[in-house]
Structure formats: structure tokens, C-alpha cells
Design a protein around this ligand. Sequence first.
Ligand code: HPA
Length: 264
Amino acid sequence: MQTLDIIRRRCGNAPVTLGLVLGSGLGHLTDAVAGVAIDYADLPGFPQAGVSGHRPRLVVGELEGVRVAVFGGRAHYYETGDPAAMRGPLEALRGLGADTLLLTNAAGSFRTDLPPGELMLLADHLNFSGRNPLIGEPSEARFVNMTEAYDRPLRAELARAAAAEGIRLEEGVYAWYSGPSFETPAEIRALRTLGADAVGMSTVPEVILARFLGLRVAAISVITNMAAGLSDEAISHEHTKAMAPLGAAKLERLLRRFLAASAR
Ligand code: HPA
């Protein structure tokens, strides 16, 4: 059976408005949605591998009056070497009727005014990996304009929701580094010089795919650590997962306020 048929049969035919992809340590937000959950394992075209701290299931249902599709986990390029690993889920999202995608991730910060626990709204990105999920895509649509990849009106709505909740939401540039090893301090110095404010191992290929599919995109980083060489704290995946809840509570408040405002 086709993926969309499976989702519709289990979750109903009502169109979805928005998709939400949850990053490392943020997967529990799937619990916030009143809806039906489907394991990725039951969905053809969805990534089957998993990283701890993610919850590989799709939940379709209501959150603050908006019908959403929440992706409890993502496939990272470093898991299989496939930068298009999230194409299946994003195509399904489009097929369900969504026009908007909100991505979240955990990231290491370069800025002392963005310490662990802060949120950063992506204004732009640096594709430091050199990989592109559209390599091999035959259609002319592959020549995606990335000038305004992070939708300005959407960013403004998120900024308003943050202000209403009293949450600081700085804008910044996110650099995608392939992982799975963390960066060296020299790489962080280089990325900083190039204009990045934070670094992580995800999101950028999904933004490219989402723009290709015609989705409006916004993305928020939960800062879990200072990037390599910028603090004495040891960087690890365990540390990322342990620190994510610091920002996750704020992120949930922000998302709820944003959705409630857009439901009106
Ligand atoms: N580097 C890359 N990815 C990350 C980091 C980091 O410092 N923190 C959380 N995800």
C-alpha cells in the first residue's frame, strides 16, 4: 500500500496544515499531539534507522487547533550517507496537504550570547558538507532558489509568538557539518569566520528538499552546547540529549503559541 494511503487510512482524510520535525532530545513532543501515531517502520519510504534521543514515529492530529504532522525523528546524512533520506517523509507531508514545514534541531553555538538552553531561529544556512539531496533529481525543479529559504513571514510569526511568551529568539546562521564525529576547534573557527552562528548535523538537506517541494520553511535550533573549542565542557551525544530538555520546554511553549495564533 502507498505511504499516503496508509497514513490517511489510520489518521483520516482531513488535510494537514503544517509539518514539524523534531530534533535530538526533542522527540517527546510527539506526545503533545492529540492524534494517531504510526511507526516509521510501517511507512514505506520513511527512514528505518534511528538515533537515540529521537522517536521514529509520525503523529498526525491536532495541536492548538491546527492539524499537524509531527515527525518524532529524522534520518541524518551520517546514518547512511544519503542526504535525501528525509525525502519520503517530506513528500508524504506535501501529499497530506501541508504547505508549511517547521524544523527543529540541537546545535552547538558559536556565540556567548547564545549559551546552552537558548533557541536560535535560522535566518540562513551554510552547507559545509558539500552534499545536496537533489543530486540525481532529473526535473528542472532541482534548480531551487535558496535566496529566501527561511520564510520571512513565518519567521516574523515565530518571533511574535516568542515575544508573547517572553522567550528570547535570536536569529542566526546554521552551518551543516556532516557528522557523526563532532567538529574540530579549527573547523569551528573556520565556520565562525565564514559567518555561522551555530553548527549541527541535520536540517539543511531537509530545507533544500522542502523548498524543492514548495513548502514554506522555518527552523529553530535548541542550543545544547558551545561548539568545539569554545568551552571546557566535553561535547558528546549524551551531553546533547541531556541538555536538549533545557530548551525543549521553551520550544514547546513557543510552538504552541505560534500554532494557536495561526489557528485564528
Ligand atoms: N556540533 C554538531 N552537532 C551538534 C552539536 C555540535 O556542537 N551540538 C548538538 N548537535
